[in-house]
Structure formats: C-alpha cells, structure tokens
Ligand binder design. Sequence first.
Ligand code: SF4
Ligand code: SF4
Length: 358
Amino acid sequence: MKKETLLYDKHADGKVQCHTCAHECVISPGKFGFCETRTNVGGICYTLIYGALSAEAIDPVEKKPMFHFYPGHPIYSISSVGCSFKCLNCQNFHLSQVKGMKDEPVFDGADGMTMRLHYKSPEDLIKSVEESKCKLLAFTYNEPMIWLEYIIDVGKIARKKDIKIVLVTNGYTTRKALDLMLPYVDGANVDIKAFDAEFHKKVCKVPDFKPVLDCIKVLHDNGKEVEITNLLIPTMNDAPAMIRKLCEWCMKELGPDVPLHFSAYHPDYKLDVPSTPPETLVEARGIAQEIGLRNVYVGNAYLPGSEDTICPKCKATVVARQGFSITSIKLDAKNNCSACGYPISIVGEAKKSSFRFF
Ligand code: SF4
Ligand code: SF4
C-alpha cells in the first residue's frame, strides 16, 4: 500500500532524498530508489510496501537465528519485498530483488517471477500474531529496515500487547531511522557479510559496511538483544585474517557474550562457488573462541555440539540444540547455570521444543 515516507527531504528541483537507509537515495520524479520500493510521485516520497506482505509463517526463533532470545519459542515471521543490498548469493532473491513495483497486489518481480502481496493493517497483523499464540514477531526474509513506517505502526500496538519484535537485517540503515525504530524493537540478528568493503562492493553492490557496524553498535548500546551472522563463502570472505578482524571487532565493541553465528553458504541466485566445507566453519569458530567470544555457533551445517550454549564458568551445556529443536535446558528461572549458578546471557524464558511442532 502506498504511504508517504517518514524520512525524506524535498529538493527545489522536484527530486526527493530518502534517509531510510544508508543509500540516502536522491530520487527524481517518477523514479525509484535503490531498493525499488520507494518512489517520487510529484515531489513526494512514497513507500509502496506499507502493510504489503509477501509471506507469513511461524518459525522457531532459532531459525532467525536467535539463540539467546526466548530459546525454544515460536516466532511469527513476516516479510514484504525489496532490499537495500543486491547480494549475488541471495537465497530470497524472489522477494528481495523486485523491479517495476506497482501499488498493486500482483506484479512481475525478479526475473519475471509473479509476486503476490496481501495487505494487512498493523491491527490485523497483531490480531493474527495473538491468534497464533506467538509472543514474538519477526520482520524477516527480505530487508526490514526499508519497512520503517510499517514496523513503527505495528510496534506501537505490539508494545501494548507485550509482543516482542525481532529484525533479521543487513543493518544498512541510518541513525535517524534507527532512532524512530528503537522504541519498538527488542532484538535483531544482523548480518556482517564480511569485514571488508571490497566484498560489499563486489557481492552486495553497496559501497561500504560501516553503516552496518554503526547500526549494530546503536542496537547493542540501547540494550537490544543483538546476534551476529557471518555467512562464509569460500575464497570470497573466508580468509582467517578477515574472520579474525570481524571477531576482534565483536569482542571490542559488543563484548564476549555476543552470540556469533558462522553460517555455511550454498550456491544460490547468481553465485556458484562451492559450498562452505565444515573445516572452514570449525576454523572460524576456533578463531572466535581464541579471541574470547563465548557464544559462537555454526549454522546451515551439521556439526554436533556447535549449536549448544555452554556455561562460560563450569562448561556445562546449559542449552542443547539439535537443528531448530531445544533438547535440554539446564538453567534456573533467572537463566543462571543450574550447575554452578553463573548468569547466562539469555533474554526471556527458555523452553524445550521440537522442530516437528513447527
Ligand atoms: S530505503 Fe534506502 S534504498 Fe530505498 S529509497 Fe530509501 S535510501 Fe534508497
Ligand atoms: S541483504 Fe539479505 S535479503 Fe538483501 S539481497 Fe542480501 S541476502 Fe538478500
């Protein structure tokens, strides 16, 4: 649905400048921004995706991945279309890489694929979440930071109903947009695609990743539960020196408890290098642990034990995971280790779960 955007300037020549994400696009009349979802109509900047949903599902929160935020809980997950990146390996390119967007429920998306959107008002969305019995809501699958106006309106109602909001994001946003969103966001999984600007230029088609680091810092410093994902693509961002830099930044800026997920790449969309071998994931995890990070996980690959949360003091397994299931929990009611009493950095109640439930 078309709605005037919150963060933009009008220029004297009829162009508009959008400040929703770090591209800060200057958009001529009749044209779209980089994300292809915001457009200039007669000197006014409109989003075309307000309340426009491409998918609704109930996922395990571990799938986001969020391992330290209400472990074992289901999370109502929604998406729209568009993204501020154009990653060559995007697994959700049919949602993220739209072109020729119209203020209509059906249009041709990436590679001529037919896109179908349905409209849900913030009130109706929260009603659906309540009916599902989920206490968590994720904006995911495509890039949520470009869905600013809808997230804020949904967030206002979610706050009254005690529904927690999670963003699964590339973090390529602006301080102005974050400041508007912060009151309504509880947690985020932010991708650091690589600790390297050249990678971002070549693979994601954005000039730099500094806005991503800035976003992570702001979320963290404002007390949000932040988890980091780094998808390792062979020969492109898996050099030990680059992984080390990323881990050192996490350790210095976010502290030893920040959950870090190394994820295995598999060929998709326009990128066709071989899948990530398990040895690379093991090596990356070893580097992170050597630097002092305590909650380092491996995803998209089966490496027994690499998804478990371990007590930093007595080394007991406090949350055991298998795939997206929680198979055992050894925490007291305050999320202290049941064996030694050490406080584990987990937000919210942890509960056992089986992915078959989902
Ligand atoms: S959201 Fe980002 S990419 Fe989209 S128009 Fe605004 S600044 Fe450009
Ligand atoms: S940031 Fe995520 S959704 Fe956007 S293009 Fe990259 S992989 Fe796809």
